[in-house]
Design a protein around this ligand. Sequence first.
Ligand code: G3P
Length: 221
Amino acid sequence: MKPLIVLNLKTYLEGTGEGAVRIARACKEVGGASGIEIAIAPQFCDIYRVASQVDVPVYSQHLDGVGAGSFTGHAFAKCIKDAGAVGTLINHSECRLKLADIEASVTAAKGEGLRTIICTNNIATTAAAAALGPDYVAVEPPELIGSGIPVSKADPEVVTGSVAAVERIDTAVKVLCGAGISKGEDLKAAIELGSVGVLLASGIVKAKDPKAALEDLVSLI
Ligand code: G3P
């Protein structure tokens, strides 16, 4: 199976507005040349801008489990879908939710046919997330996020342990890992540990040349 790479732009300036479109074009080019799916998760206000200009899978960075109606200031699944997203992150370490809210977000996203990636911080929360039936869980030890130290090297057990835990709960759920991933060897190690891909950010978004950084990332697959 070809891996999935999801590039989270967070609120990095380099990945905001036209920067998001530029990086999305790099994802499309490198993804197209390598045959590897490289999806992008821009900020809410950039979803339509990116999805309407670049033929690349777009994910929301968050989604609230609310329906249509009297809900001010929420990220509503239908609006996210209509803006052009195909999926969403849920419960990112930088946007944590309560368990009941995670479940509501998964249900709302599925109701619109959006793919779901629940982010987790350790093996126990990965197991809990898998029980909610998302398409993916993405395990990311918070202390390694933005560190440049890849989880696949610094904490391989959290990846293998997450894969084993998910297998026991729901074999349809796939595991991604993230935090500190930026190089081809990091992605290769992540795959060897049993994950199907990576969720990453700073190593690409803040690189001098994001396209070259993406080419390096996929170079050993
Ligand atoms: O969502 C991806 C993330 O939290 C990992 O960030 O900068 O360590 O790749 P980074």
